[in-house]
Design a protein around this ligand. Structure first.
Ligand code: PLP
Length: 450
């Protein structure tokens, strides 16, 4: 993080929390203004108005003292692009501002951001809890790979608050949920869960990928950390693999005493205590100085640049994504070949009320529906569509379609698939920015063939 970035982060410290809607929250400037300006001004040397792509591995020191103070974390600045890069730092500022957070750390992918989120929190042998309605890749990461670090995940139905309370009482140090869950049109009751994690001294981590900060800002409901896959709507054109972890700056690591990685002396930095030295920036500084240093999953400057371009139009795109998705979802509910539609913006959705509370600007553009005829019919629909691209991604300008049971959720057991909303008849759509009538015509043809 640069000195400017640190000061910019400071100017965003008091954002969020008033629940006044996207246009008002965030240190005075409106959301759309911050989409374009947060973290970025004209380049002080060249005048370049767009953020330059700093395609460099390393940065020249002024002299030996400057180098020493950078390495000691006494001066903020750039050393080596694994630890920080000016283009990436601009994106970090921007995402932190849009979320109303204190600071952010970008990563090579959404999954890398998830590792970075847990890394300062968990020691070997410790536990965390996660919703059983998650992106399939996250279920696999938590249940298969994290145990190799001796991090143990208990999956829990987060709609059963007493089950969440029980798992927190058993020592889970964090709870991981998605605000709008992939793939099922499920909206999470963030405020209720934040009450439980706060009471238990645990960290609430919210994956806000599907909602984006335009639709939902989890910090306003009490979340401590937000993670993103920038691969999706933030970049928005299917060009990037990237991620971010954003810190609210509100968890008191020193008072808690449960997170020694952040509050106890760090031997690699002469016994520095991150929470004591950096206060509400402790998590973000640690994520760069220790997390990226040792895990090495840094975002490439080109990917940061493309994601910056994406954020400039985030609200405009999300409005159209949501409007198109609402029209397609309503049309599908009337179709004789469709058993059910799981879009949270439908009047019949069990999540309608939660959507009105947490997603007032729209219920998102990724949802599922059930085709009559099960697995084979689902595969047929996916293969017959022409305008919808059959691929494993979401959040593109193009409309996308996939059959989760045979692809993204393939590694899961049958029960895990059903719990994750990815049963055999389920087809997932990510509605793009095209003319909505063309999308409906394409789906109509595919459903006729099923
Ligand atoms: C895609 C996705 C991820 C993983 O992100 P990558 O950039 O693919 O690593 C995590 N959570 C959700 C909700 C996603 O959609």
């Amino acid at each position: 993080m640069s000195e400017e970035a640190k000061q910019e982060a400071g100017s965003e410290a008091d954002t969020g929390g008033d629940g006044d809607g996207p246009r008002e929250s965030g240190g005075g400037l409106g959301f759309e203004t911050r989409m374009i300006h947060a973290g970025a001004g004209p380049d002080p040397v060249t005048g370049s108005r767009q953020t330059p792509i700093h395609q460099t591995s390393a940065y020249a020191f002024h002299d030996a003292d400057h180098a020493a103070s950078l390495f000691n974390l006494q001066t903020f600045g750039f050393i080596y692009s694994r630890l920080g890069n000016p283009t990436v730092a601009t994106l970090e500022e921007r995402i932190a501002s849009l979320e109303g957070g204190r600071g952010a750390t970008c990563a090579a992918s959404g999954h890398a951001a998830q590792v970075l989120a847990f890394f300062p929190l968990l020691e070997a042998g410790e536990r965390f809890a996660a919703s059983n309605r998650l992106y399939g890749g996250s279920v696999t990461q938590f249940s298969r790979t994290f145990p190799k670090f001796d991090w143990r995940c208990d999956f829990v139905d987060t709609e059963d608050l007493s089950a969440v309370e029980a798992v927190l009482a058993q020592g889970a140090k964090a709870l991981f949920v998605e605000s709008l869950a992939n793939p099922g049109g499920v909206v999470t009751d963030l405020e209720a869960l934040a009450g439980l994690t706060r009471a238990a001294g645990a960290v609430l981590i919210v994956d806000n990928t599907l909602a984006t900060p335009w639709l939902c800002r989890p910090f306003e409901w009490g979340a401590d950390l937000v993670v993103h896959s920038a691969t999706k709507f933030l970049s928005g054109t299917g060009t990037v693999i990237g991620g971010a972890v954003v810190d609210s700056g509100r968890f008191d690591w020193t008072a808690s005493g449960r997170f020694p990685g952040l509050s106890e002396p760090e031997p690699a930095y002469h016994g520095l205590k991150f929470s004591e030295t950096f206060g509400d920036l402790a998590f973000t500084v640690h994520s760069h100085a220790v997390g990226l240093r040792d895990l090495g999953a840094s975002m490439a400057p080109m990917n940061a640049f493309l994601t910056l371009l994406g954020t400039e139009t985030l609200a405009l795109r999300m409005e159209r994504h949501c409007r198109n998705a609402q029209v397609v979802a309503e049309w599908l509910t009337e179709h004789p070949k469709v058993e059910w539609v799981s879009h949270a913006g439908l009047p019949t959705s069990p999540y309608r009320e939660l959507a009105e509370k947490y997603l007032p600007n729209g219920a998102g553009a990724v949802f599922t529906f059930g085709v009559r005829g099960g697995y084979d019919a689902g595969v047929k629909v996916v293969e017959t569509c022409e305008l919808f691209s059959h691929l494993a991604n979401i959040g593109d300008a193009r409309s996308l379609i996939i059959h989760p049971a045979s692809t993204t959720h393939r590694q899961l057991s049958d029960e895990q698939r059903v719990a994750a909303g990815a049963g055999p008849e389920v087809v997932r759509l990510s509605i793009g920015l095209e003319t909505v009538d063309d999308l409906i015509r394409d789906l109509d043809r595919a459903l006729a063939a099923a």
